[in-house]
Design a protein. Sequence first.
Length: 177
Amino acid sequence: MRILVLQGSPNTNGSTAMLAGEFARGAREAGHAVDIVDVDGLDIAPCTGCVACGFGGPCALSDDMDDLRKRILGSDMLVFATPLYYFGMTAQLKIVVDRFCSANPSISGRHLKSALLTVAWNDDDRTFKALEAHYDTLVGYLNMRDCGRVIGGGCGTPAMTRRSRHLKEAYDLGRSL
């Protein structure tokens, strides 16, 4: 299986990257090909809502999303990796998700597998609810199949993450595929 991890943290060596790395290690050990894309390093403009794509492409904008779209459509699984920013995904990852608009039929027709990797300092009952609801809606809308999630509460710093159970959970999720 070809797995594409969309790593949405602006901290390339932070807790989210640690989870993504462990997930990838487990998935590779299970025999899968894994690419991690640091979306913060890409030049991707926000969707303008022009609808020139007709919700099926091509997008009127020309930037790094052109290549990323091809990589998404060449994958069997998308992994959304993001720290929690005000109860949602980062703006860097949200821009990418918004630009799915021009590829909706192509993405939904692939019936991709998906997973969510996320971290936050907080770990109370409401911390991840909005992000998980958004992820669930996205997965349903795009005909993806959720294969699991790592909800990394109490991972506000890399040191906290290293001491948590969540790195092993990410590894185990990747290995289980």
